[in-house]
Design a protein around this ligand. Structure first.
Ligand code: GCW
Length: 725
């Protein structure tokens, strides 16, 4: 008896331990900390798993896969294995349920199908379900292994999103050649305007230690078709070009290459002085030109597929060709000459303005660069920020997009949210990107949208490019918040296809990130789609811009007037006085409107025809002016601030309702962030209204609550340790 009792206890204990282990394993498997991004590959429901196991019974591919193909095969094994619970074996012979991947050249089974691959170019792919000799097979076909890799990710997105694959017929090719991230990562591990922890790149330990995360970074990018990355800050240091750093860069390039990602460097224009010991960095000096050529040769010897250079010159204190009386084209072309023999590209930034220039800052880039149209070498892309000032929550499109038909113009978006609440505020930027890309420049008549300028379809020469200032860091969830992953995702999708719709992208992201339930997806998309407008309203409504506090750029500072450079002061931008508010950029003011095509200028010249979203960007309007909304400007301003706060409250309430439908870990994290956002939206509203009231002298309209604190309270707040500086 006793013996049996002991046995029972031992058995019960064993069972308990086993159960506990199982529970731990299960909760680890279900734990969602965001690391896996949109590549989660969580097990499907049992019937869907059985279906997928039947749909894909094995993978057929070349027996000598290239590194790109190996990446594709590894991802398919991981993805299908995760989703179906069974990793499909590699097979040689075709059978029912074969997944065949490859190019016509490498894979006879694909050649035999004679698929319409011609229009897919070098990077596109075709996914198709076909019947061959009575067998059901699924095909991922392309003209290159890179296309096969993109197609494999696309197939996995279909499977993850709950899509069946028995009637698959999808083809897709990117419309932009260079789809790139720009990291503003410093060599000391800090990220300028980064809100997701330290830099991913551990420069100190490179090249000997390569964090496995570098590979996951490359996978995530490849899943979106991002094919290039600039790993260091545009506020560059010459050291990045030192031989020991080139060795570190090479180690990163080696990890990225199997995922089709070319590595670029941001370079400091004065490197020939600082590293080379030359007396000058004059781009027309033969010794300087020779130095850049030798440096390029040195880099390419280590990294044969090196992408090229990104340059911030003569902007915000950076050196540049103007230091030697040369133009931006002279500077860019010297670097382009050095890279050309190797197939490299220069991305020359158009973000140039100067404290010595008294002209409206929004006009300076156009002023300096427009005259150089047609003067840049064919391997130079002029990289233009989406708006003429600086990544504000809302700006009109940059006038250069409509003004340089003989120059390759690339788009620069900011993915990191320097001016939209860092990573704590939920702001889906897909709608911002879409708004800019769909704006009509009228440069070749109606319909000449920014997207068409950027994708080259208006017939301009040169390379097409779209860059996004990365929001990644060492935070476990990569982006600092779960929802900021959506901005990385949306950027990648729009770089592939600038015509894509922000809403569709949000839905795809939500489905891959949170689950396939249609109502859940709809609810999450609902929150995302109103989020950026909420931020605009509580920070910079009605076309206002650059109202943030100095340095950290986090909280409100519309009162700031003490900065050494005029255009660093918010008062420069809003121009509020007792009569009204806004920057007159019509002919009676700076006439920035003259930089746009006539139909655009005409629309914005008239305050009555200017959409309220852009009103104060282009016009100085009196406080009592009655708007199309029926309210006076003063009332509308107060109303917009209020509505921004209310939107956040409703986003918060809608998120709360998703409890139990989203995993607890991420639900709680996002709920906490929304709490911060609501508090800070109120802060923006209150501080701003307190200040506007002090200028306008008007009482708040009925129904608009008074600020919680005095103006001087808000003016006194300090944030010496805010991230990202
Ligand atoms: O938005 C401003 C940022 C700077 C940044 C600069 C730029 C990298 O505040 O931090 O510097 O733009 O784009 O060069």
């Amino acid at each position: 008896m006793l013996r049996k009792g002991v046995d029972m206890n031992a058995r019960a204990r064993c069972l308990m331990v086993a159960l506990l282990a199982l529970c731990c394993a299960m909760s680890a498997a279900n734990a969602e900390d965001g690391y896996d991004l949109w590549l989660r590959y969580r097990p499907l429901a049992p019937t869907a798993q059985r279906q997928l196991q039947a749909d894909i019974t094995g993978i057929v591919a070349t027996t000598q896969p290239s590194p790109l193909m190996q990446s594709a095969l590894a991802e398919l094994a991981r993805g299908i294995g995760g989703l179906s619970g069974k990793t499909p074996p590699r097979t040689q012979a075709l059978r029912d349920g074969s997944l065949v991947i490859g190019t016509a050249a490498s894979t006879p089974a694909i050649a035999a199908l004679q698929l319409p691959l011609k229009d897919l170019g070098d990077e596109g792919y075709l996914l198709r379900s076909v019947r061959q000799q009575g067998r059901r097979i699924t095909v991922v076909a392309a003209n290159s292994d890179r296309g096969v890799l993109y197609g494999s990710f696309a197939l996995l997105a279909q499977l993850q999103g709950g899509g069946r694959i028995d009637t698959l017929d999808i083809s897709s090719a990117p419309r932009v050649q260079l789809r790139m991230l720009n990291h503003w990562d410093n060599l000391d591990g800090r990220v300028e305007r980064g809100y997701a922890g330290a830099s991913l790149w551990d420069w100190w330990r490179l090249p000997d230690v390569t964090d496995p995360r570098y590979r996951d970074y490359a996978r995530a990018n490849a899943s979106l078709g991002i094919n290039a990355t600039v790993v260091n800050n545009v506020n560059a240091v010459a050291v990045i070009l030192r031989p020991d750093y080139i060795a570190k860069v090479k180690a990163l390039a080696d990890v990225f290459r199997p995922y089709g990602i070319r590595l670029f460097l941001a370079v400091r224009f004065s490197s020939p002085l600082e590293l080379g010991g030359l007396k000058s960095a004059d781009p027309l000096d033969p010794a300087v030109r020779a130095w850049w050529r030798a440096k390029a040769d040195e880099i390419y010897a280590a990294i044969p597929d090196f992408g090229g250079f990104l340059v911030k010159a003569n902007s915000e204190g950076q050196p540049g060709p103007a230091d030697y009386g040369r133009t931006h084209a002279d500077g860019a072309n010297t670097l382009a000459d050095a890279l050309r023999p190797h197939g490299g590209v220069v991305l020359w930034r158009a973000f140039v303005y100067s404290e010595k220039d008294v002209q409206d800052r929004a006009m300076q880039a156009y002023q300096q660069l427009k005259g150089l149209d047609g003067k840049f070498a064919e391997n130079v892309v002029l990289q233009v920020k989406n708006g003429p000032v600086d990544f504000q929550p809302r700006e009109p499109f940059h006038p250069l997009f409509g003004a340089m038909p003989k120059t390759a113009l690339g788009m620069e978006f900011q993915i990191t949210k320097e001016y939209l609440g860092f990573s704590t505020h939920l702001a889906y930027l897909g709608t911002l990107y879409e708004e800019v890309l769909r704006a009509d420049t009228y440069s070749n008549g109606a319909g000449s949208t920014v997207a068409h300028v950027v994708d080259g379809s208006l017939g301009r020469p040169g390379i097409t490019a779209m860059a996004g200032v990365a929001n990644t860091g060492r935070d476990r969830n990569w982006s600092g918040s779960q929802f900021d992953q959506a901005n990385w995702y949306a950027f990648g999708r729009l770089a592939w296809n600038p015509q894509a719709a922000a809403r569709d992208i949000a839905a795809d992201w939500a489905r891959l990130t949170f689950g396939t339930d249609a109502r859940l997806v709809e609810d999450i998309v609902g929150i995302m789609m109103r989020s950026r407008e909420a931020v605009v309203n509580y920070m910079t409504p009605l076309g206002l811009a650059h109202l943030m506090a100095t340095g950290h750029h986090y909280g409100p500072g519309p009162w700031v007037a003490d900065q050494s450079r005029p255009e660093w002061n918010p008062v420069y931008y809003h121009r509020a006085d007792a009569n009204g508010i806004g920057f007159d950029r019509t002919a009676t003011g700076s006439n920035a409107l003259s930089q746009y095509a006539a139909p655009v200028a005409a629309r914005f010249a008239d305050p009555e025809r200017t959409p309220l979203e852009y009103l104060l960007w282009f016009h100085h309007v009196s406080w009592d002016h009655r708007l199309s909304s029926g309210r006076t400007l003063w009332e509308e301003l107060a109303y917009r601030y209020d509505s921004g706060v209310k939107s956040v409250a409703s986003m918060q309430a809608d998120w709360a309702k998703l409890a139990g439908r989203v995993d607890t870990e991420r639900h709680a994290e996002i709920a906490a962030m929304l709490g911060v956002q609501l508090r800070e939206a109120r802060w923006w509203r209150d501080a701003s209204l307190a200040y506007w009231q002090s200028v306008s002298g008007r009482a708040l309209p009925p129904g608009v609550a008074a600020p919680a604190q005095s103006l001087s309270y808000y003016q006194g707040l300090q944030f010496p340790f805010a991230p990202g500086r």
